[in-house]
Design a protein around this ligand. Structure first.
Ligand code: FES
Length: 200
């Protein structure tokens, strides 16, 4: 069963995807990521933090950056998505982030520093595939309420838009939140924070 606002969200996400296609070309027709940004080879080899400008990231859009050879997803949630994260705890393995899959500052119901900005390592915690972004349409085989999230096609694991894994799927850990911090309102540094230790 879909959330009441699903139709509204669908329209909004489709609008976002269309905007992306118009602005960035056909490469984004199938996967609605707005960009794929790679650091220089030198920075990558050194595992350097990656600075990401999210000025143009609109609600419902997701950007994919690379950090230490892994995809890191940054997604701007709208208010409806933020609210929906509080409605499906009973369907999740670890809704309160008790497992150490995130730095302490992301151990909250949004698994993020700011409720509206999601930052996750895009690697499935089952066997390491990269899940697909499914912000609205219910993925294949999903028979529970879908508020948007990620679907791993390798063996059928589902995660919500905070990277929390649903019960009854092969993966049993939430997606990893990398260490990160905001340099200012529109700039995120992935791979470095102000804590002494982070995950990853
Ligand atoms: S690798 Fe994702 S479900 Fe197995």
């Amino acid at each position: 069963m879909k959330h009441d606002g699903a139709d509204k969200r669908r329209r909004r996400f489709l609008t976002a995807a269309t905007t992306v296609v118009g602005g960035a070309g056909v490469a984004f027709l199938v996967v609605p990521f707005i960009a794929y940004w790679r650091p220089s080879a030198r920075a990558e080899a050194a595992g350097a933090p990656v600075e990401v400008d999210i000025t143009g990231l609109e609600k419902g859009q997701l950007i994919n950056v690379e950090w230490r050879g892994n995809p890191v997803w940054i997604f701007r949630r709208d208010e409806e998505t933020v609210d929906a994260l509080e409605t499906i705890d009973a369907q999740l393995v670890d809704p309160d982030s008790n497992d150490p899959q995130q730095p302490d500052y992301a151990r909250n119901k949004y698994r993020s520093v700011k409720p509206e900005i999601m930052v996750l390592v895009g690697i499935c915690t089952h066997l390491g595939c990269s899940p697909l972004f499914r912000p609205d349409e219910t993925p294949e085989g999903m028979d529970r309420e879908w508020i948007g999230g990620f679907f791993c096609p390798c063996h059928g694991s589902y995660f919500d838009l905070a990277g929390r894994v649903y019960r009854g799927v092969p993966a049993n850990l939430n997606l990893v939140v990398p260490p990160y911090k905001f340099i200012d309102d529109d700039t995120i540094l992935v791979g470095e924070d102000d804590e002494e230790e982070g995950v990853a």
